[in-house]
Design a protein around this ligand. Structure first.
Ligand SMILES: [Zn+2]
Ligand SMILES: [Zn+2]
Length: 141
């Protein structure tokens, strides 16, 4: 079933009130993604590579026309302590935040969370110099 048919079958907002039970093949890593095991009603990203598709403007509404691949670009922690993934659309640049599912690949999540630390915007050797600038003595001794 292509997307146009699906749009006709389900009115806008259908997925907000109904659990999404789509089975889909991940366009990025090729894994077959089934809804069971997600621990939430909306399985909107691949548990293996965490990529998503730009189908929603609001989570679950399926009203976006873009359909681009959304890369997981960041992780943040909600007030409740629950982790969420920030996805960015390759095609249009749209950002969205999605709940982490129970069976999401924990190593992949960690690597996204750590990416800014392992890839600082300045050479690590310069940390001493930078802390000196901030008033620390910057010395390792
Ligand atoms: Zn995948
Ligand atoms: Zn998009």
């Amino acid at each position: 079933m292509n997307r146009e048919n699906k749009r006709k079958a389900y009115a806008n907002g259908y997925y907000k009130s109904h659990p999404c039970d789509d089975v889909f093949t991940c366009k990025v890593c090729g894994r077959l993604v089934v809804p069971s095991g997600a621990g939430s009603d909306h399985r909107n990203h691949c548990p293996n590579c965490l990529a998503s598709l730009h189908l929603d403007d609001e989570p679950g509404d399926r009203s976006a026309d873009c359909g681009g691949i959304m890369d997981p670009v960041g992780v943040w922690v909600r007030k409740s302590g629950e982790w969420a993934i920030i996805h960015r659309c390759r095609q249009c640049g749209h950002f969205s935040s999605n709940r982490v599912a129970a069976d999401d690949n924990p190593m992949k999540l960690m690597s996204i969370a750590l990416r800014p630390l392992t890839n600082p915007p300045f050479p690590l050797e310069r940390i001493g110099e930078l802390t000196a600038l901030m008033g620390g003595d910057g010395s390792m001794i």
